[in-house]
Design a protein around this ligand. Structure first.
Ligand SMILES: Nc1ncnc2c1ncn2[C@@H]1O[C@H](COP(=O)(O)OP(=O)(O)OP(=O)(O)O)[C@@H](O)[C@H]1O
Ligand SMILES: [Mg+2]
Length: 271
């Protein structure tokens, strides 16, 4: 598996599981005792501060990184550590759109240039084993920074609109210089493949023309955990899926539905 120290999570469509994937991967790498930095680059509809339960703790954000005179020294001050269980999981929240446009006006740089500078500052910090950046729906921001990452995760659900958005994001980010790109299927529902003839995994790989990095099954308990700013239980389907993806990104050969009980036994149907 190619290097994935700096991971970008993207799709041209909103609501397909990007933030869930960024957070799920951050937790999975932290579980493997890696030092992880999770960053929210979704300026218009940031959500990771809420999904991590850090919205009350978050007093600094990405704007503080952009304006810092000494980012290497300041980065620890800007981060929060939302999970007691994972003290080595650091988080930087997105700033508000108003704050970013204000910085843009003052500096006479575009918002894309400012966010690019933020990524360069993050990359210059050697304190982390993985840096994982979430983005919002659309390709404007991901395309401005994609070449600075060594790995891009394109997220899609099984719906045709989501698959088309993943396909579009992949071609757009390839043109923008993204290096390695892989597909992560989110909210996968095996029954819908059989009963409603929704896309199976092979069809999604085919349509997006991307190798598949992992499949995250639909997990009812995940939404409840997110509503309370908690991570899903370690034994849940989604936690198993993100743990498998982290293992694959670490070079381990892990079967697609490893640790997922019934889905593992019925895996032939999912394809
Ligand atoms: N594996 C899953 N099982 C069940 N629900 C899921 C799964 N993955 C994501 N979801 C749900 O889908 C919704 C959208 O997820 P998420 O916020 O991660 O998407 P997003 O692509 O980041 O959206 P946005 O573009 O608005 O930032 C959330 O309610 C989340 O709980
Ligand atoms: Mg999101």
């Amino acid at each position: 598996m190619p290097s994935s120290r700096r991971l970008l999570v993207a799709s041209a469509k909103g609501g397909v599981g990007k933030s869930t994937t960024a957070l799920g991967l951050a937790a999975a790498f932290a579980e493997r005792n890696e030092r992880v930095l999770l960053v929210d680059f979704d300026i218009t509809s940031r959500s990771l501060d809420m999904l991590t339960g850090a919205s009350d703790m978050t007093v600094r954000d990405i704007a503080d990184l952009i304006t810092s005179d000494d980012p290497a020294a300041d980065i620890r001050r800007i981060c929060t550590h939302p999970f007691e269980k994972y003290p080595e999981l650091s988080f930087i929240a997105a700033c508000s759109p108003e704050r970013l446009s204000e910085l843009s006006r003052h500096s006479e740089k575009t918002e894309e240039m400012l966010l690019r500078e933020a990524v360069v500052r993050l990359c210059g910090c050697g304190d982390y084993d993985r840096i994982i950046c979430d983005t919002g729906g659309g390709c404007r921001i991901p395309a401005a920074v994609a070449d600075l990452f060594d790995f891009t995760v394109i997220v899609s659900e099984q719906s045709m609109t989501s698959i088309r958005a993943a396909e579009y994001a992949a071609s757009c980010l390839e043109r923008a210089g993204a290096r390695q790109m892989r597909l992560v299927v989110c909210g996968f529902d095996l029954t819908s493949v059989r009963r409603e003839k929704r896309a199976g995994v092979i069809e999604m790989i085919d349509r997006c023309a991307l190798p598949c990095l992992g499949v995250v099954p639909y997990d009812r308990k995940l939404q409840k955990a997110q509503d309370n700013g908690r991570l899903p239980d370690a034994g849940s389907l989604s936690a198993a899926a993100y743990s498998n993806i982290a293992a694959r990104l670490s070079g381990e050969e892990t079967p697609l539905f490893c640790g997922m009980g019934a889905l593992y036994r019925r895996r032939a149907l999912a394809l």
